[in-house]
Design a protein around this ligand. Structure first.
Ligand code: ZN
Length: 48
């Protein structure tokens, strides 16, 4: 199971919702993670 997750992270080219991770659509987090900007925007909207 861990192996599957690792592979998934290494080969990540799309976010779970299907948006592509390209430089324009990728938001870098302080902890080194990457976030899809479109999804990030949706999350922010849902908060408010
Ligand atoms: Zn996304």
């Amino acid at each position: 199971m861990t192996k599957t997750i690792l592979n998934y992270n290494l080969r990540k080219t799309h976010c779970p919702r299907g948006h592509i991770y390209n430089p324009e659509n990728t938001y870098r987090m302080k902890n080194g993670g990457r976030v899809c900007r479109l999804c990030h925007r949706v999350k922010e909207r849902m908060r408010r």
